[in-house]
Design a protein around this ligand. Sequence first.
Ligand code: KG4
Ligand code: ZN
Length: 381
Amino acid sequence: MTVLALETSCDETAVAILRGDGSGHELLASEVASQVAAHEKYGGIVPEIASRNHLIHAPRLLDRAASAAKTRLSEIDVFAATTGPGLASSLMIGASIAKGLAIGFGKRYLGINHLEGHLLSPFFVDATPSSRKSEPCDGGVASTMRAQGDIKPNLSLIVSGGHTMLVAVRGLANYQLIGHTVDDAAGEAFDKVAKMLGLGYPGGPEIEKYARGGDPKRFDFPRSMLGSENFSFSGLKTAVRYLLPKIGVIPSEAKRSRGTRWNDGGSDASGSLDFARDDVLRDLCASFQQAIIDVLVTKTIAAAQKHRVDLVTISGGVSCNQELRRRMRDASSRKGIEFKSAEPWLCTDNAAMIAFAALLRSRAGFESQVTEEIDPNLKVA
Ligand code: KG4
Ligand code: ZN
């Protein structure tokens, strides 16, 4: 069975082709076109620009994916697309294209939940040469030739720009929501704090870069709602905002001042001005990152123990973070819990994870009607 999937839930256009049989699967193509540059000057994603760009990118990516996979679209068995959650006008583009192809070629159509794509991604293993897939993260390369997609029960932490949630996964399509963020998602907190510091978008990789070599104990940031299975990151973001003037940085001025004087002679300033600025910035990023990771690790391990699950998985853009992966792996192993994360290139939005979910669902007999609507607020459980 060969599945073609489109992912257009937000500002990334992606197409993947995955072939599977009873014993495994092989990724034939995975293409991602980022729109970061198109939205950067507006300081956030503009829905109309995102959907117009999906319309421009998708036909080109379909062509590229088909030729990389050495297949014709007429040979595809299932056309899948992300149907939620996400931006309505973006979701409609991918779903409409998949439906049109399914109708045109007389094949099956399957709508996939973006969050299910993320939470199944740690189970996706393939041996595709890295040249055949885009690597928006830091690209781990695959190991086995053909791999099974058995979904072992696990406690899944999905951490992305739009979502932070804990899900008890009992098997394919059998999910229970354990906790979710009551305000900002973890990735959103990374992005907003990076913006305050005058760093680029997306903020997560920028903060991770500066955090390396910084002192995570220098600034004492809050770890909110530790007694609950829900998350809250807006207090942490506010704590950073209040701290900046105290160390001589006015948030909106951060970008400008980073080029000159980052810390204007406060008690933390030492050595040359440039050194003082980078030193404070590194410590601030390390302390902020540590606060987020402490919360994510503590709650995930507590939930795994409470729900008696012996496997923890993490997925979504923030799970690219090497320090988060290391800390979650260590904490799991101390409790005798197995740990699995999605390969780095699969953590940020892509269509391979949607194709993988579609392949598993197709094999299990799931099918969608072309009359089914997209749902911007689609729930995973
Ligand atoms: O999964 P994703 O591509 O899109 C959503 O579904 O939201 O996640 C994007 C988010 C952004 O907020 C970005 O800052 C964050 O993932 N991210 C990271 C890292 N790489 C991406 N956060 C922390 N550390 C990283 N290395
Ligand atoms: Zn995502």
